[in-house]
Design a protein around this ligand. Sequence first.
Ligand code: 6K6
Length: 141
Amino acid sequence: MRAMRIYFAGSISGGREDVQLYAEIITLLGEFGTVVTEHVGDRSLTAETGEDLEPRLIHDRDLQWLRSADALVAEVSTPSLGVGYEIAYGVQLRKRVLCLYRPAQGRRLSAMVAGCPGLRLIEYGDAEELRTAIKHFFSGE
Ligand code: 6K6
């Protein structure tokens, strides 16, 4: 049986404040399958420089990876156009979609994610809750 392919989505142009957290989530996801987007947790990929590739190539490559994935896991605490776009695409393709959100004062998750029936949304506060949410999602609970 081939390993599950997991597409992890996290903010790049939207801001890299959570990049360390993305790297930790990618490590956790590695217990359940192959993460096809490990670069999202790479500190050297910044909002200003990004990857040194044409936007069209990034777009087509990322959507190809998403089509080939079994599940999409998105960290949505930092708002990102690209992550929202990937979530919509994953939902349209009827992929399994998990959105991870850390509530904080002064911000609110977009209703387009919070109200989407095609995904699982988990709110978490610490690393333990994050781990539990990911474990439950991949064990089908
Ligand atoms: C240009 C400017 C900053 O970064 C870039 C290009 N680099 C990217 N390389 C790989 N994937 C990307 C890149 N930019 C966006 N993505 C995809 O969109 C990733 O899969 C992320 O999950 C998501 C981030 O979207 P934005 O809008 O925050 O960049």
